[in-house]
Ligand binder design. Structure first.
Ligand SMILES: O=C(O)CCC(=O)C(=O)O
Ligand SMILES: [Fe+2]
Length: 365
């Protein structure tokens, strides 16, 4: 299908659009201009040395491409820290020396063959709602958007939801959908990116369960025979602009010039149910609970959670723990808005046919 340019709005036009159609982001992505100007981060985070000072110690991986979403795709990956990654961004010709012994996939030789720069996209800046970093990104949403992230237990622990992307020209994020049905934006602080997005409704045209996701820049007719029926929404993202999309929109992003981007994921009335039903946070929360089983056993006096620790899958354990935490939160006092979000989340979780907890496999430890 013919590409549709992603519509762009100034802050006031965006406000009017969302007031008139609160569900607009399920139907189209938007570019919003003039939003990041107010952020303290819009100046400070544009400088690589300042970023290195603030976040250089944090562990990251960097991949070329950032990750892969096709079974056959080749990739390189190094395990490093953000400071070393930024050294690479400043001087990519030093790749061999900077990452000697750090390759978890591929090699400097394969990297040259792929013709892509390494791209780190998993820096973890935030682990709870009151993190200092949020003061740099204030306001976090353009009006009149609101989020429920802070009402959702473990939101910032069970999934990364604030991302900092520093990338070299040519860096590639292949087509994918974000975990947990989040609403997400890219806020461009430096450099330019090109994005191609597809609605979740077109998924059968750009996703083949045997292969993975379409490469929109080089579509394969055999693997994606109906790719032409998917409608690509395309846009350029320039400094100061925000690109925002609704739950489950697939996106493919190419960095056109050396770039810094902040990305934020959120939940509101549009996607609270879809979030509740997502397996990704359940799995992560379940793994966290299993790792901290002793703590959970002593702190959480709930038989279903205890049984799930030995006899259920990680996502089932995550769901049981969330149900238990929500029930006890709702038993206390809280603002009406928090109670409303938590009641809705709880109802969506309880709706799933309560699975009979499987007995632990014989001999399991
Ligand atoms: O900016 C990019 O390269 C892709 C970012 C992305 O996929 C996301 O934030 O969900
Ligand atoms: Fe994404």
């Amino acid at each position: 299908m013919e590409a549709t340019p992603i519509p762009a709005y100034d802050l006031e036009a965006f406000r009017q659009l969302v007031e008139k159609s609160p569900d607009v982001l399920t139907r189209q992505p938007c570019v919003v201009r003039g939003f990041t100007d107010k952020w303290l981060a819009s100046k400070r985070w544009g400088e690589l040395d300042a970023l290195s000072e603030m976040f250089g110690h944090l562990p990251v991986t960097a991949g070329a491409p950032q990750f892969v979403t096709q079974k056959q795709a080749k990739m390189c990956q190094v395990m490093t820290d953000f400071g070393t990654y930024l050294e690479y961004v400043k001087a990519p010709e030093r790749v061999e020396a900077l990452f000697e012994g750090k390759w978890s996939k591929g090699s400097a030789q394969l990297l040259r063959e792929l013709g892509l720069p390494l791209y780190s996209g998993n820096l973890r800046l935030v682990r709870h709602a009151r993190e200092e970093v949020f003061s740099q990104l204030d306001p976090i949403l353009p009006e009149p958007l609101e989020h429920f992230n802070n009402e959702i237990p473990y939101y910032y622990q069970s999934g990364n939801h604030v991302w900092l992307y520093v990338s070299l020209k040519g860096a590639l994020t292949p087509l994918h959908q974000d975990n947990n049905a989040v609403i997400a934006y890219l806020a461009q602080l430096r450099g330019q990116k090109r994005a191609i997005l597809y609605s979740a409704e077109d998924k059968r045209h750009y996703y083949n369960p045997d292969v993975g996701y379409l490469d929109p820049l080089n579509p394969n007719d055999d693997e994606f025979p109906t790719w032409r029926e998917a409608r690509p929404w395309t846009g350029l993202l320039n400094p100061g602009e925000l690109l925002i999309w609704g739950p489950n929109w697939a996106h493919h992003v190419v960095t056109l010039s050396d770039s810094t981007t902040v990305s934020f994921d959120f939940i509101n009335a549009l996607n609270l149910r879809a979030y509740a039903k997502s397996v990704d946070w359940r799995d992560e929360l379940g793994r966290f609970a299993r790792k901290n089983a002793e703590l959970i056993r002593t702190r959480i006096p709930d038989r279903r959670v205890h049984d799930a620790l030995t006899g259920a899958s990680d996502p089932e354990l995550g769901r049981e723990l969330m149900i238990c935490v929500l029930r006890s939160a709702l038993a206390g006092s809280q603002p009406e808005r928090s109670a409303r979000v938590r009641r809705e989340l709880l109802a969506a979780l309880e709706e799933d046919a309560a699975p009979e907890l499987k007995p632990a496999a014989a001999g399991a430890v």
